[in-house]
Design a binder for this molecule. Sequence first.
Ligand code: ATP
Ligand code: MG
Length: 792
Amino acid sequence: RPKPSGRLTDGLNPPQKAAVEYRGPALLIVAGAGSGKTRVLTHRIAGLIETREAWPSQILAITFTNKAAAEMRERVAALLGQASDGMWISTFHSACVRILRREAQKMGLPATFTIYDSADSRTVIKRIIKARDADTLGFTPGGVSSRISKLKNELTDDEAFARNANMGDPKEVEFLAIYRDYTRILRAAGAMDFDDLIAETVYLFRAFPDVAALYRRRFRHVLVDEYQDTNHAQYALIREFTEPVTAELSAQMQRDGLHVERLLDSTGGIPGASLTVVGDSDQSIYAFRGADIRNITEFERDFPGASVVLLEQNYRSTQNILSAANSVISNNFDRKAKNLFTTVGDGEKIVGYTGYSGHDEAQFVADEIETLHRAGMAYRDIAVFYRVNSQTRPLEEIFVRSALPYRVVGGTKFYERAEIKDAMAYLIAVANPIDELALRRILNTPKRGIGPATETALQSFAETNEISFREAMRSAGALGLGPKVTTAILALAAVLDESAAKVDPENPAGVTSVSDLLTFLVTESGLHETLRTSRDPQDETRAENVEELVAQTKDFDRENPGATLVDFLTQVSLVAAADELDDSSGTVSLMTLHTAKGLEYDAVFLTGIEEELLPHKMSTNEPGGLAEERRLFYVGITRAKKRLHLSLAMTRSQFGDTSVAMPSRYLQEIPAELIDWRQSPGMANSRGGTQPRALNARRDGRSLGPGIGGGFRDAPTPGLKPKTEWPNRITAEVRDNGDLELVAGDRIRHANFGDGRVTQVTGEGSKRVAHVQFDAAGPKKLLIKIAPIEKI
Ligand code: ATP
Ligand code: MG
């Protein structure tokens, strides 16, 4: 048997090399972060092709994001010195869409089916709940949608659910009814939600063994990255791909003229594909989406004959970063101990920073980034991570002010903007005329005098006559509506019909490009003009966004010659968070910890390392929640190659509320000597302290020092949480003003801002905020409970 050339194996350590050269039914590579798992996958693919053991078209590689897929494709091409067409390197969702578009009709769906994002499915669920009055039983769109998602991830469709539901429980009966309505409505609209994409592919393969056989014959090597985050449906799908083809079906394929001879084994069937999965149970962070760690722990049982390779050398991070990661994750019991090592040396210490507020923390991040940049680090090699999207607000404000080039990955949500969804709904209504959700969205957007009563009339007319909503629109004349409304509906229907003709492949005049179609739609519908001429200043931005979408379709047309409207819609649906990453753009990347998975940066800033954020407050009452949050912290730490910064704030504003923040419990799990703690300048009047010096600074409750103006830039005034412990066991005497009574007109004295007059008190309980006009320092907002103030 030929071996992959030295080019593919030189520089790999022995277990990595063994994994690249492994040939057999199933291989599991388990290893900690940064140990080269993804690299091994890439070299393995290149090796299979280089030795001609596999054609590119026989490879199916699954990655977690489209971005990771693109990267892997590039690396394989670089290793081989040529692009490999026909190779499938994609996410689960992309692979499934490709298969489903081809085979949809077998499942009773149009090939142009719409993919509903979570907002779309929530809209549908909201309507169902409303129609059924199910909110009286306590059903909410959020609750229902996450339960349905969970069920689909477990391959429990509404029928399967019905078989096991407790029919004695009225809530369960109602939930079943909602689930059934939801399923029916999506079917009728020719739509699938994200979870359907995986589940329907599994059902397709199970229902049509001959279809499954075609894909099993084709994909001889299946490789899966980030296997620890696969859920049951994805696991089932992998099994479907890697099952053998029976002798009977192989014979059938031969009769159909397909070449299978070279694949047949002694039984006359085709053996299952070779499966390689790589993963790290310490990085499993998607349990909330049904990821099942047992997929890894039971791999050897599930795939008999499997080999296991362990990797222990980390090639990414310095020893200090690695030691912090090892130390944190060792607090999770119920895990196999593994200890990563590196040979690159200790590197710099981790930098810790306690800011007064989210803004102060953000300023630290911006200042540090500038320092790194001046020292020669490129912006694109720097990333800032956070637990929840709302944390970007202070970061963005400061970055803009500091003229720091940055990009929020997955946070801009361009396609979630209302005006973009409107424009997209026009395209969807053309591609998939039975999509009622899209039609109802555009029916009165822009406003054309079609009210909810008319919408309902159209809907019931469609139901009574068993026609689609679109056909009901065409028959608007028969509904007895007012003449103006009737004309408006017919005009819209005509625009859509004309558009459909433009993209009809049978059209003798030629098929219109996506950009021309979109331009036609936003012009003829009046969508663009209405926004352009509106007096609402926000509408100007909205009009520009629509123009930006048109520009994007132009790019799409240019980059994908011959691609169709459905291709465009598919691409937009599948844009995953990390896809917006652009390494060449020379900007700092901001993203959530979840999005950061699998990536690496020279310098990493982990922000908001506070209780309630990390661990997130929702996690604390979930079983296993704290361990999962710890893994998320571990994922964040292990993204850093050279520099790691951990920061937190003492107060944090969210949704207009300012609350006291506590350092995350996980900070204590990092050996103190690995972190060099720094403070907000305004707090640094105590020297030589090793840990959050804020505490020393505040011991006397007032000595915040003169550096205040430059130190923290914004009210509200910070304070410390009473009677709690800061990391590394330093206890502070902290301030608690209890129920200090304050009303407008009171004069107060502040430890730093001096005297002032209360102009207003807002909020309640411990969240009460005093608006104060200070005689010297100007207006400030202070959290009464903790601000260093007294009445005078
Ligand atoms: P994660 O768990 O975070 O996904 P991983 O195990 O997939 O990490 P990779 O991303 O494949 O790790 O590798 C981490 C870094 O180490 C990459 O920059 C990779 O190029 C480098 N690397 C891996 N193996 C070697 C090696 N044998 N020699 C040199 N560099 C290596
Ligand atoms: Mg990886």
